[in-house]
Design a protein around this ligand. Structure first.
Ligand code: F6P
Length: 554
C-alpha cells in the first residue's frame, strides 16, 4: 500500500515532540537580539531560486529550529511524496487521481505515463492548439459574424478557472499584446454581467467558457446569458461558433451548449482547478501576453519544480515556507497568514493564493479518513501594500494574534513616477522591520519625554505606544515582474501548499466541502421559486426564504 494511503500522524513523530520542547525554549526568543548577536543572520536565513530571493531571517527561528523542522519534513516522508507527485502517483486518493499540474510545464521529450499512456505529447499538442488560436486572433484572422477581428475576449469561469488566469494576465499587463482586451466574468450576480456586457460589442467579442466540469452553475448561467446577449445583439445561431469556444474535460456538454468540437480545448482529470492556469485554462493569459510569454511563464514554473524536486530541504524555498507555516500554525497558535504584495500588478495574488491554499488544505481528515490531530491550513488573507497599511496593518502590529506575513515586492517598477517606487519599496521593508522591532516601553517613554510631556502624561500614553514586535514575516523580492519569475512565484506557492499537506497527511487535491453548498443551493432555489413547497430543514433558512418570496410576490 502506498505510504500516503496510510499517512503518519505527524504529532507522533519524534521531530514533532522535539519541536514542542524547542517551542518552550523559544518562548523568550527575540529577533532583535538574534540580529544583534549574529551578523550572519540575514545571509544564513535567505536564499535565491528561479529569479526569486527569499529573506526569511525575520522569523522566530534559530538554526536549531530549522534543523528540527527539516527533520520533521524527513520523518513525514516529504521527499518520497514530492517524487510521487511528479511521477503521477494517485496522491488525490479520494478521487483516485494523480495531481499532475507539473506535467503542464515539462518539456515534450519527458515521458510521463498516466494509466500506461505517456501524457506529454498530448500536453504539447494542446499547447500547439493554443498557439494556433492565439496567432489567428492576434493576426486578425479569426473573424466575428460581421467579418471584423476580435477585440475583446471574455473568460467565463469561476474558482480555478478564473483566479489564476486573472492574476497572471493582469500581473503581466506590461507584456500585453495590443489589440485584444481580456475580461473576466465569474459571479452569477447579474450586475457583473450587466456592467461587463454594456462595455462590449458582440460582433468583436469572443467568449471562452472555461470549466473543467462544464457543470458549474455560475459558469453555465453566465454562458447562457452571454449566448442570449450575443443573439439579441444581432449574432446568429449559425455564427455562434465564431464567438464561443470552451476549455473543458466534458466535451459532450460543451458540444451540447453549441460549441464546435474543434473549438473545445481539453482538460484532464489529473489537473485540479486551482492548479490549472498552466493548461488551456490559461488561454486568456496567452491571449493577453502572447504564446511565447506564456511559455516563459511555464518555464519559470518548471525551474521552480526542479528546485522543489532537487534542492536539499534546508535550501528549498517552498519547503522552508511550508515548514515555517507549520511552525507558526502548530506550535505558536497562528490561525491566519497574510499575503502582502507591494505591487499593483500583483494585486490579485492574495485571491489566487486564498483558493490555492484554503481549498487545498482546508481539511480535517487525513488521506485514510482518520481525523487529524493538529490544525491544518490557515486563513489566507491580505491585499496590496501600501493600502493595507492604512487599513488592517494596525492589527498586525498591535493586535493580540500572531499573524505571519509574506511581503512580495519587485525591485524595479515598470512605471516609475518621480520617487514613488523608492517609497513603495521603503514602505514594504519598513513594515516588516516594524513588525520585527516593535517599540519597547522604554523607547515609547523616551519618545514621549522628547516631546516635553509631563511625566504623568508620559505614563498615561506609553502603554498605547508600545508595539510588541517580534512578529514574523518573509520577504520575497523579484528583480521585476516577468512571465518567468511570476511562473516561479506561483509554482512556489503550489509546492508550499503541497508540502504542508504531506506533513499533515491530508489530501490537497480534493474539495468535498464545496459540494454540500452546491447541493443545498439547488434545494433552496427550488423553495425560493416555488417548485418545492416543503419547508426548509431549519427555521432560519425558511424565514429568509419567506422574506425573499414576500418581496417578490408583491
Ligand atoms: O467549487 C469549487 C470548484 O470545484 C473549484 O475547485 C474549481 O476551480 C471551480 O469550482 C470551477 O470548476 P469548473 O472549472 O469545473 O467550472
Amino acid at each position: 500500500m502506498a505510504y500516503y494511503q496510510t499517512p503518519l500522524d505527524v504529532t507522533t513523530l519524534s521531530a514533532w515532540q522535539a519541536l514542542a520542547q524547542h517551542r518552550l525554549a523559544m518562548q523568550d526568543f527575540s529577533m532583535r537580539e538574534a540580529f544583534s548577536q549574529d551578523s550572519e543572520r540575514f545571509k544564513e536565513f535567505s536564499l535565491s531560486s528561479s529569479g526569486l530571493f527569499l529573506d526569511y531571517s525575520k522569523n522566530l527561528i534559530d538554526r536549531q529550529t530549522r534543523e528540527l523542522l527539516v527533520r520533521l519534513a524527513r520523518e513525514a516522508k516529504l521527499q518520497e511524496a514530492i517524487e510521487a507527485l511528479f511521477n503521477g502517483e494517485l496522491l488525490n486518493a479520494s478521487e483516485g487521481r494523480p495531481a499532475l499540474h507539473t506535467a503542464l510545464r515539462r518539456p515534450v521529450a519527458d515521458r510521463l505515463p498516466v494509466n500506461g499512456v505517456n501524457v506529454m505529447p498530448e500536453v504539447h499538442r494542446v499547447l500547439n492548439q493554443m498557439t494556433e488560436l492565439v496567432g489567428r486572433i492576434h493576426d486578425g484572422l479569426w473573424r466575428g459574424y460581421s467579418e471584423k477581428p476580435i477585440t475583446d475576449v471574455v473568460n467565463i469561469g469561476i474558482g480555478g478557472s478564473f483566479l489564476g488566469p486573472q492574476l497572471v494576465s493582469e500581473a503581466l499587463l506590461p507584456f500585453a499584446q495590443r489589440g485584444v482586451r481580456c475580461h473576466y466574468l465569474a459571479n452569477i450576480d447579474g450586475s457583473e454581467f450587466h456592467e461587463l456586457s454594456a462595455s462590449l460589442r458582440a460582433e468583436t467579442t469572443l467568449f471562452i467558457v472555461s470549466s473543467k466540469s462544464f457543470s458549474t452553475l455560475e459558469t453555465l448561467k453566465n454562458a447562457q446569458a452571454a449566448r442570449s446577449w450575443y443573439l439579441a445583439q444581432g449574432g446568429s445561431q449559425a455564427d455562434l461558433y465564431k464567438h464561443f469556444i470552451a476549455v473543458s474535460s466534458n466535451r459532450e456538454a460543451a458540444v451540447e451548449f453549441g460549441i464546435r468540437e474543434e473549438n473545445i480545448f481539453p482538460m484532464w482529470d489529473w489537473v485540479g482547478g486551482r492548479y490549472s492556469l498552466w493548461s488551456a485554462i490559461g488561454l486568456p493569459i496567452a491571449l493577453a501576453i502572447g504564446m511565447s510569454n506564456f511559455k516563459e511563464l511555464l518555464s519559470g514554473a518548471y525551474s521552480m519544480d526542479q528546485h522543489f524536486l532537487t534542492a536539499p530541504f534546508e535550501r528549498n524555498m517552498p519547503v522552508l515556507l511550508a515548514l515555517l507555516g507549520v511552525w507558526y500554525g502548530n506550535f505558536w497558535g497562528a490561525q491566519s497568514h497574510a499575503i502582502l504584495p507591494y505591487d499593483h500588478y500583483l494585486r490579485n495574488i492574495t485571491k489566487h493564493l486564498q483558493q490555492l491554499d484554503m481549498e487545498s488544505n482546508g481539511k480535517s481528515v487525513r488521506q485514510d479518513g482518520s481525523p487529524v490531530s493538529c490544525d491544518t491550513g490557515p486563513v489566507i488573507w491580505g491585499g496590496v501594500g501600501c493600502n493595507g497599511q492604512h487599513a488592517y496593518h494596525q492589527l498586525l502590529h498591535q493586535g493580540t494574534q500572531l499573524i505571519p506575513a509574506d511581503f512580495i515586492v519587485p525591485v524595479v517598477s515598470y512605471n516609475p513616477v518621480a520617487d514613488h517606487h523608492q517609497w513603495l519599496y521603503a514602505n514594504c521593508l519598513s513594515q516588516s522591520q516594524a513588525l520585527m522591532l516593535g517599540k519597547t516601553r522604554a523607547e515609547a517613554e523616551e519618545e514621549l519625554r522628547g516631546k516635553c510631556l509631563p511625566e504623568d502624561e508620559v505614563q498615561r500614553l506609553a502603554p498605547h505606544k508600545v508595539i510588541p514586535g517580534n512578529r514574523p514575516s518573509n520577504t520575497l523580492v523579484l528583480e521585476r515582474i516577468s512571465p518567468r519569475r511570476l511562473g516561479a512565484l506561483v509554482a512556489m506557492y503550489e509546492h508550499k501548499v503541497f508540502a504542508q499537506s504531506v506533513i499533515w497527511g491530508i489530501n490537497a487535491f480534493d474539495q468535498w466541502g464545496v459540494e454540500l453548498g452546491k447541493e443545498l443551493g439547488k434545494s433552496v432555489y427550488q423553495r425560493l421559486t416555488g417548485s418545492n413547497e416543503q419547508p426548509a430543514e431549519d427555521a432560519s433558512t425558511q424565514g429568509l426564504i419567506d422574506f425573499f418570496r414576500g418581496r417578490h410576490r408583491g
